[in-house]
Every structure is written in C-alpha cells, then in structure tokens.
Design a protein around this ligand. Structure first.
Ligand SMILES: [Zn+2]
Length: 162
C-alpha cells in the first residue's frame, strides 16, 4: 500500500515538530535521570512534584469548585505551569495511577516543549509522530514504567485532555 492510499492519521492534539518514539524515550530518560524518577518515586509523589520547581516547572492545584475547564489538566508552556484540579493532585500524591498518568502527560507537554506551532507543511498529511497528545502519552508511559506502574494508557485514553 502506498502512502497515498493510507487513511490520514487522526490527530488528537496540536500538530508539533515530529518526534519518533525513540526520541521521546530519550527525552523521558534524561528527565528521569535529572529528577531521579524510579520505583521509589511512586511512594513519594508529592516530593517528586515539588522537586520539579528546581527546574521551574510548577504544578498548581486548583480548587475543584473553581475548575471550569473541560479537561483533566492543562499546561501553560509560557509559564511552565501545570494546572490540575486539587482532587487530581491529591489522588496522585496518594498513588492513584490515573491521576499520576494525567500529571506525567502534562509534564511531557512541557518537557517536549509543545508550543502551538504554526506548521508550514500543511499540505503534508499529519502523522502520529507530530501529534502532541501521542508524544505526551509516550512520555508519560515511560515515566510510569520507571515508577514501576503498568500502563493505564488504554484505560484512560478516551478521557485525556486535548
Ligand atoms: Zn495533552
């Protein structure tokens, strides 16, 4: 089957600079070395989240009653801030895998520098490697595996933020 016959990849998020799974793993591995992410991290997630501030990544829990967004979480690449409902933050600190995965996904957006890119090759078909959501999921999955958490990706895929 030639490229032209394949159905176009359905993007879930912003179209960003293309990355392969290997490139994302490389970034995630560097991140894990920097923040010493390993199996012990899961037992002290709060400390891990706080350690992010040493690299100017801020996680800002927002009171659930004030959370008006239709997403699980959101990140702002301009300010390096991740906004999450307080309940998600607390759940993550208590070891909830879905909540940890949600926050790791947002960390992925920041570490992979997912700014809204004005793509200059709009004529080319989008590919999975250009999908910010796919990239952030791959990043989160690597972090989760380093923490010894089996992938909850399949369960949460449909509830991801955009
Ligand atoms: Zn996302």
């Amino acid at each position: 089957m030639s490229d032209a016959d394949k159905p176009p990849y359905a993007m879930r998020g912003n179209r960003v600079v293309h990355r392969t799974a290997g490139e994302i793993v490389h970034s995630a591995a560097t991140f894990c070395r920097m923040f010493r992410v390993n199996r012990k991290t899961r037992l002290n997630i709060a400390q891990f989240f706080e350690s992010l501030s040493t690299r100017s990544i801020c996680i800002d829990p927002i009171e659930d009653s004030e959370w008006l967004l239709f997403t699980d979480a959101i990140c702002s690449p301009e300010t390096f801030t991740i906004l999450v409902p307080e309940s998600t933050y607390v759940k993550a600190c208590n070891g909830d895998e879905t909540a940890i995965s949600t926050i790791c996904h947002e960390i992925g957006h920041l570490v992979l520098a997912h700014k809204a890119v004005l793509h200059n090759e709009k004529s080319a078909k989008p590919s999975q490697g250009e999908d910010a959501e796919w990239q952030a999921d791959e990043f989160a999955e690597y972090l989760m595996s380093r923490m010894g958490i089996t992938s909850s990706k399949q369960l949460t895929l449909n509830f991801r933020d955009e």
